[in-house]
Write a protein that binds this ligand. Structure first.
Ligand code: GPW
Length: 823
């Protein structure tokens, strides 16, 4: 382990003790024995024995935080995409090897039983996975921190592919229990909803507001321990489950209304039933707003209860003890909720309340896409949260006074900055509320943050020049290299020592071996073995045979037009066409691997999945292709599948329209595992290029300014269609029944979106440049030594992108926390 951190006590735990604990749990927790136990039982018993160590450290951590009365960050997020926890917890506790050995002696294979664990898929994509990486780093860096979110009964849907099309099935991750979570009924919270606000007058004629809710629901917390690497600090992720506030309405029950009495139950329990599957789109659904309020309000009450235990009713130290990070605007309702508590409950005056509130919150923006900037109809607020609406109006009113001071008489600016959007339907702009109510606002990559300043919130940046800042995203190298790529990790350990998971900059030492033929061979042998393993998995999952010697070209992310999976597809079709026209067309055999879920209501995204599968079917079975192209769409892309794909990737597709991918994090994971990026100058790709050097990445396409210029002069995709024979042929091909026998036009929506639809995401504009970059990659792969060197340098130069660096940036720029060590 590291110089800073000593090896944890658990690491020296004898194998015998681990064996005994697992067997004890088989007997005493599961009521089975070694002869009867199946993999699921072994998995549960092993979890239970790991959890013993986890809970011991959790207790010590909480004690230490309590006695030191530390300032802590509270990470509010509607999503935490945790994936599986067994391997992660074992690695972080330093117990992986011994447990592997112990199970072996019991005749059990650790890799097999880890497959029994369902993914905790309480998130959609990047934003949710970032939250998971961040809480890993917070614990690793011994930072006092709590993650707060929703305990969804059903996480992101399971994706099946039937006849090429996506089918959504419910995700039931908790059907057989979750061995990691602890129910905390002692910390239940009650949350008001609906109703009306009464205005009262105090003794001195002062106005008082009282909210009379129409419904109260219970929030039951479940704690998931978050084990830091080194096994010392164990923080918690606290997720709220909604429940009816009283199980039976006895009056109704006695009147014979047994079924009616259950209705309220159902309504309350619906709140945490299911994760909204829309990535980067605001749905405007009442239940979603209730979800946001429910978890924000539960979490705030929880924080305040803890604060009061130490400080009583003295609010003066609140904002020095508590910082709340809003993961996008999803929990922004926490701002007026804290105001409500301070005004109506604690009876503070407005200025004192606002002082506290605006020093407590910080907000991370993750997108510039207009459809993802949350807005809620004012009438929805009026119905669900009437008091909050009043408070928002008052925040806005006072803010408008400030705007008037800065830009006297300028109504256009007032309209733009107002929290309230006037129009047919009055809307509440959650982004504006978040900027106004926070002391810091950050974007998630340099380019993104500069666009937040320049295009999204320029006036806010003028008003508060210190408020807007950048923290480039990061990923945890524990999950995304050490655990998912054990062979490469072992090789790195052997070369540079084993403290790189805590000090990822040290990977730079690998660059001294980048030209070393022996090291290149070792590095590429591991890549090959990982590819063989993935090929086996692909065969099992899809029945498609792929050649591990081919280039594994990977695009894994949510399906979105701005991410441009269809650019990749058009290029595959072009290659296919070139091969048909010229059987000697010079290309390295390549396997194109896709993984992507589409939001169930996103029609074109689903059409793109269908198109990929139809093209795959044709290409894979066309003898003339001679195995030079294979296309694989892996169903049900999720964290645990990413862990298998990423170590096996040669090429990483990061091809969003410049300016639209705020950061990307898959780009970092793939590069860390030695894949070369084919990418645009967008999000964190730019910083990856800076780190690896232009010669170790394939950059193509319009940059942000060029996209902007093109829009200004007017972009007409038909110009490209009529001038580029290949593009025209490929688009026209989509309209035939070549890929959809008997169903001509089944793929026509794609062509339409790129022509009549206006090609909003500049797919055709970037096609040629993309194709050129792909040819360069193709050529580079032909030179084994050159490729190996580039791959090694990618791994070696990813130090910047550890989430430990990102968290340290947050700590220094925003949170101002001190680490708190645990014995
Ligand atoms: F719209 N991101 C995401 F900004 O995964 F809220 N889901 C979302 O709903 C949003 C953003 C939101 C992603 C960004 O698209 C990606 O570029 C970024 O790397 C990631 O958030 C983490 O910052």
């Amino acid at each position: 382990m590291s110089a800073k951190k000593s090896v944890s006590k658990t690491a020296s735990l004898p194998k015998k003790a681990i064996k005994d604990a697992i067997v004890r749990h088989l007997h005493c927790s599961l009521g089975t024995d070694e002869n009867k136990a199946d993999n699921h039982a072994w998995w549960k018993a092993t979890c239970a024995s790991i959890q013993e160590h986890v809970l011991e450290q959790l207790r010590k951590t909480q004690k230490s935080h309590y006695f030191n009365d530390t300032r802590a960050v509270h990470y509010f997020s509607a999503e935490f995409l945790m994936g599986r926890l067994m391997s992660n917890n074992l690695h972080n506790l330093g117990l992986f090897e011994q447990t592997d050995q112990a199970l072996k002696e019991l005749g059990v294979n650790l890799t097999d039983i880890m497959e029994e664990e369902p993914d905790m898929a309480l998130g959609n994509g990047g934003l949710g996975r970032l939250a998971a990486c961040f809480i890993d780093s917070l614990a690793t860096l011994d930072m006092p921190a709590v993650g707060y979110g929703l305990h969804y009964e059903h996480g992101l849907f399971r994706q099946e592919i039937k006849n090429g099309e996506q089918i959504e099935r419910p995700d039931s991750w908790r059907d057989y229990g979750n061995p990691w979570e602890i129910c905390r009924p002692e910390s239940i919270q009650e949350i008001p909803l609906y109703g009306y606000v009464e205005t009262k007058y105090g003794e001195n004629g002062e106005i008082k507001k009282e909210w009379h809710p129409g419904l109260i629901v219970k929030g039951l917390p479940w704690d998931i321990p978050v084990v830091g690497y080194g096994g010392k600090t164990v923080n918690v992720l606290r997720l709220w489950q909604s429940q009816a506030s009283s199980y039976f309405n006895w009056d109704v029950f006695n009147a014979g209304g047994y079924v009616d009495a259950q209705k309220e139950n159902v309504q309350a329990e619906t709140i945490s039933k299911v994760l909204y599957p829309n990535d980067e789109t605001e749905a405007g659904k009442e239940l979603r707003l209730i979800q946001q309020y429910f978890f924000s309000a539960c979490s705030l009450k929880d924080i305040i209860r803890r604060y009061k235990r130490a400080h009583g009713n003295n609010w003066s130290r609140f904002s020095s003890q508590v910082v709340i990070q809003l993961n996008d605007t999803h929990p922004a309702i926490a701002i007026p909720e804290l105001m409500r508590i301070l005004l109506d409950r604690a009876e503070l005056d407005w200025d004192s309340a606002w002082q506290i509130c605006s020093k407590t919150f910080a907000y991370t923006n993750h997108t510039l896409l207009p459809e993802a900037l949350e807005k809620w109809p004012a009438r929805m607020f009026e119905k669900i949260l009437p008091r909050h609406l009043e408070i928002i109006y008052e925040i806005n009113h006072r803010f408008m006074v400030e705007v008037e001071k800065m830009w006297p008489g300028n109504n256009a600016i007032k309209q733009k900055l107002s929290i309230i959007e006037e129009g047919n339907e009055k809307m509440i702009r959650m982004g504006n509320l978040s900027v106004i109510g926070s002391f810091k606002v950050n974007g998630v990559a340099e380019i993104h943050s500069s666009l937040v300043k320049k295009n999204l919130f320029p006036e806010f940046d003028k008003m508060w020049p210190e408020k807007l800042t950048n923290v480039t995203n990061g990923i945890t190298p524990r999950r995304w290299l050490k655990a998912c790529n054990p062979k490469l990790s072992a090789l790195i350990d052997e070369k540079i020592g084993n403290d790189w998971p805590l000090h990822l900059d040290k990977l730079e030492q690998l660059s001294q071996f980048a030209d070393n033929t022996k090291f290149q061979k070792q590095f590429m042998k591991i890549k090959h073995e990982n590819k063989v393993a993935l090929a086996k998995e692909v065969l099992v999952l899809t029945g498609i045979e792929i050649n591990p010697k081919a280039i594994f070209d990977v695009q894994i992310k949510r399906l979105h037009e701005y991410k441009r999976q269809h650019l990749n597809l058009l290029h595959i079709m072009a290659l296919y066409r070139r091969l048909l026209e010229n059987p000697n067309y010079d290309m390295q055999p390549r396997v194109f691997i896709f993984g992507a879920k589409a939001a169930p209501s996103y029609k074109l995204a689903k059409d793109i999945i269908y198109a990929i599968n139809q093209v795959a079917d044709k290409v894979n079975n066309d003898k003339r292709v001679n195995g030079k192209i294979k296309v694989v769409f892996l169903p049900n892309y999720r964290v645990s599948l990413a862990e298998k794909i990423i170590p096996a990737a040669d090429i990483s597709e990061q091809i969003s329209t410049a300016g639209l991918e705020a950061s990307g994090t898959g780009n970092m994971k793939l590069s860390l595992n030695g894949a070369l990026t084919v990418g645009t100058l967008d999000g964190a790709n730019i910083e990856i290029a800076e780190e690896v050097g232009d010669e170790n990445i394939f950059i193509f396409g319009l940059n942000v300014n060029e996209v902007h210029e093109l829009d200004k002069v007017g972009y007409n995709p038909f110009d490209i269609y009529y001038n580029n024979k290949e593009i025209k042929a490929v688009l026209d091909w989509l309209e035939t029944d070549y890929f959809t026998p008997g169903k001509p036009g089944a793929l026509a929506s794609l062509k339409r979106s790129l022509l009549e639809g206006g090609d909003q995401y500049k797919v055709l504009a970037d096609f040629e440049s993309y194709s050129d970059a792909q040819q360069k990659a193709n050529k580079a792969f032909g030179d084994k030594s050159r490729w190996a060197k580039m791959a090694i340098l990618n791994t070696a130069r990813m130090g910047k992108f550890t989430s430990d660096r990102a968290i340290n940036d947050y700590v220094e720029k925003i949170w101002k926390l001190q680490p708190c060590t645990v014995e």
